[in-house]
Design a protein around this ligand. Structure first.
Ligand code: KDG
Length: 339
């Protein structure tokens, strides 16, 4: 075959291979995506939303633009969830815990001490069980694109160090608007008070509540160290965030546009987890430098908390369905080397 013929054949093959991608790019129409989130712009959540926005704009040739709107400017999680369901807002990222009123299976992720470490969390959340729970959102008008890391949650308060659960007696502890968190901290003896995240700093500042529980990253980025003296390390639950899309809007996108968002979501998940873990690794030192008094709750005392919360776990199994509960426990046993 002479040179010219070979070149023509090569060009034809290259053109055929490139055609689907070229068609994909041509299929993408202009979209402005309102993406709401609850923490401030300097937080790990804000950084990851900006990363997602850059990925989407790059992959769509600038046609799909994401307007990142932080600090709960579009309302608390529950309000944004309703805006997505109604089609008045396109995207958000927020806590899975505030989704339980819409999709009861999300309560699985509220289970105290469910995950021992981030590796277990990633494996379950990114595996078939996480997908199964996320898919349940679709019948309620939401599409879950990826789980991000909020992180392992720890206690702060303005009254005293918490060295055992009895120290929670008499402490007005803000919890997320979620029955498992409410039941868990009432069971441990605290006066648990559900509040939206957007009201938390003021509630701490005015002593409406004495304490709260959140991952280190949030304690730092929301400057809770300015109004909280004590940080007591419990790692009592691993808390995921989830990226959500309005299904009304999603269903109107073509495959090329949906692929841009799905690919960017996965890339932003990996970015966010890396960024969050790097920040969390030095957070205790940072919080001490900001004046917080930090204590690690002894392992034996954390075990007593865990034992005291067994009945809360039983309730979760019933509410999410024992099949899902047992499947998760079996998957974790396998991850830990058991049968
Ligand atoms: O919008 C903020 C929420 O996404 C999340 O941070 C929830 O951990 C949370 C809390 O304590 O409200």
């Amino acid at each position: 075959m002479n040179f010219l013929r070979r070149t023509l054949v090569a060009a034809t093959v290259a053109g055929a291979l490139a055609a689907p991608f070229a068609a994909l790019a041509q299929d993408i129409k202009p979209h402005l995506i309102r993406f709401g989130y609850g923490l401030n712009e300097q937080s790990n959540q804000g950084r990851a939303v900006r990363f997602f926005a850059e990925q989407v704009e790059k992959a769509s040739g600038g046609k799909m633009k994401v307007r990142a709107i932080g600090a709960a400017a579009l309302g608390p999680d529950v309000q944004m969830q309703q805006a997505l369901i109604g089609g008045a807002q396109e995207m958000m990222v927020g806590s899975t815990a505030t989704l339980v009123g819409i999709t009861k299976e999300m309560a699985l992720w509220d289970t105290p001490f469910l995950f021992n470490n981030a590796a277990e969390a990633d494996a379950i959340l990114d595996g078939p069980i996480g997908q199964k729970v996320s898919d349940k959102l679709q019948e309620k008008g939401l599409v879950g694109l990826a789980y991000w890391e909020n992180g392992f949650r720890n206690l702060t308060n303005s009254k005293r160090p918490v060295t055992k659960f009895e120290d929670l007696q008499g402490i007005k502890l803000r919890v997320m608007q979620n029955n498992v968190y409410l039941d868990s901290f009432q069971t441990l003896g605290a006066n648990a008070i559900p509040l939206p995240f957007s009201e938390l700093f003021t509630a701490l500042e005015t002593k409406t509540v004495d304490g709260q529980e959140n991952p280190y990253n949030t304690i730092l980025s929301s400057k809770f160290f300015e109004v909280q003296k004590y940080l007591s390390i419990t790692n009592h639950v691993y808390s995921p965030w989830i990226m959500l899309v309005s299904k009304k809007w999603w269903d109107g996108l073509n495959k090329a546009e949906q692929k841009v968002l799905a690919d960017a979501a996965k890339a932003s998940r990996d970015f966010e987890r890396k960024d969050t873990r790097a920040e969390a690794a030095k957070a205790v030192g940072d919080l001490k430098a900001k004046g917080m008094q930090v204590n690690e709750v002894p392992v034996a005392e954390v075990a007593r908390m865990r034992d005291r919360l067994v009945k809360v776990n039983a309730g979760i199994g019933v509410s999410i369905g024992m099949d899902l509960w047992n499947e998760t426990q079996a998957a974790l046993t396998k991850l830990r080397g058991g049968k």
